[in-house]
Design a protein. Structure first.
Length: 445
């Protein structure tokens, strides 16, 4: 008979329970965080919105895939493929366009959602995200206490089951972790241990894949030259001898996808492929985004929403006007972990001008995007200070990372919400990301 979950009344008891369950090897290499005694609560309306969001984002990925293929074929504007292909080696573009991967989409979808003063905003999408093992561990650990466990989004095992389900019937799943992604190796090692011998952690030199196996690519495509086994993986995936997820398509690692969504010239395409309701919903959730393309405009031309006629004019905007985020779009080691991100209103004019020059100069190989900054709202949170033996109130700013795992093939595919990770940073932080002063917690309703 299974022992019932403990009822831990005191916050300190619950926090210590969470701390005691930490795997011996940790979950993130060289990083820890503040522990909340309880899951982070979401309102019923937001929780319901997140449940339905997976369907919308899966359809968006389908539409992005189609838009790129039609652009390459000359049936949609050629500048779309030109933007998305910038900086990528020809060999990778050839793989991306291969017939073998024509309809392949990411089977993990993780949006970064900021809870702003005006509602939730999706700042970007990630198809090779960290945090899967961490969120699985958090859900399992908090579910082991009876306090509110029944309302955890995804429940105790939703994350592990969701991840395992993306590999269909593959007899062995190889989780290949590059040196660049070593920070996340401990969490994936823990997850593989929970899922059994079918799941194996591999380094970037492993090549002993068998026909019918699945490979989970825990490295981004900019890092291919540093993955010795990449040639073998790509060759076997092209021959359909192994299942590879996420597919080797750099289009899904670009932050410019929202710039394409907002581009007026593509509105007819998005309306047709997403439908009016989905299009309006996605634009409501995503900040207005521009591509920093230095090509000159005609004399009467202006950037929509900004009324600028040249990107150099970004430099002369006042600090109050610079409620804007500038960041590299993708295919770069600066494109993850809050690196290469500049908040205009938080920078002196000289530093902001330097960031603008960097973005303009990088256009040929590393395009940048500009995004409207929506200020994160304040939420109530608490963490337990083990040194002082007390519960600490921390008004904070929140990023939600819901994890959707795509099960099934083709039109029958469904994106299932399996868990939500909340990152709550201190109120003085403008850009929200994992840090030692942040609270990381699973979400409940």
């Amino acid at each position: 008979m299974t022992n019932p979950a403990p009822i831990l009344e005191a916050p300190g008891q619950r926090a210590r329970f969470v701390c005691a369950k930490m795997p011996e090897g940790g979950l993130f290499s060289g990083m820890d965080w503040r522990i909340s005694p309880d899951p982070f609560p979401l309102g019923a309306e937001l929780a319901e919105q997140l449940q339905g969001l997976g369907r919308l984002l899966l359809q968006f990925n389908r539409s992005v895939n189609l838009l790129y293929r039609l652009s390459v074929a000359g049936k949609q504007p050629g500048w779309v493929a030109d933007w998305l292909d910038r900086g990528k080696p020809a060999s990778l573009l050839e793989i991306q366009r291969a017939a073998a991967f024509k309809n392949d989409l990411p089977r993990v979808i993780r949006p970064d959602i900021i809870l702003t003063e005006t509602g939730p905003r999706i700042t970007e999408l990630d198809s090779v995200p960290g945090g899967i093992g961490l969120t699985a561990w958090l859900n399992q650990t908090y579910a082991a206490m009876q306090n509110g466990a029944s309302t955890l989004i995804g429940g105790r095992d939703g994350m592990a089951q969701g991840f395992a389900g993306i590999f269909d019937s593959a007899p062995t799943v190889h989780i290949v972790v590059s040196e660049e992604a070593q920070t996340y190796r401990p969490e994936m090692t823990w997850l593989a241990g929970q899922l059994g011998e079918r799941f194996q952690i591999r380094d970037a030199r492993f090549t002993n894949f068998k026909d019918g196996d699945a490979v989970y690519r825990f490295f981004e495509l900019f890092d291919l030259p540093n993955v010795p086994s990449a040639g073998t993986i790509m060759e076997m995936a092209l021959a359909r001898r192994i299942q590879l997820t996420s597919p080797p398509k750099p289009i899904f690692e670009e932050k410019m996808l929202f710039a394409l969504l907002w581009n007026r010239n593509l509105r007819g395409f998005w309306r047709q492929e997403l439908g009016e309701r989905f299009l309006n919903e996605l634009q409501k959730l995503s900040p207005y985004t521009w591509m920093i393309d230095p090509s000159p405009l005609p004399p009467q031309g202006a950037m929509p929403e900004l009324n600028l006629t040249d990107w150099q004019q970004l430099k002369s905007m006042s600090q109050r006007e610079r409620e804007l985020i500038l960041k590299v779009s993708g295919f770069s080691d600066k494109a993850w972990g809050a690196r290469g991100v500049f908040l205009g209103s938080d920078l002196p004019t000289a530093d902001w001008s330097a960031a603008v020059d960097l973005a303009l100069g990088s256009w040929p190989t590393s395009p940048h995007v500009l995004q409207r900054y929506h200020k994160p709202g304040l939420a109530k949170a608490q963490w337990f200070d083990f040194a002082q033996e007390q519960l600490v109130d921390m008004p904070g700013r929140v990023r939600l990372c819901p994890y959707y795992f795509v099960h099934g093939q083709g039109d029958a595919a469904r994106a299932n919400l399996s868990g939500v990770l909340a990152t709550i940073c201190p109120a003085d932080k403008k850009i929200i990301h994992g840090m030692t002063t942040a609270i990381l917690a699973p979400c409940c309703v």
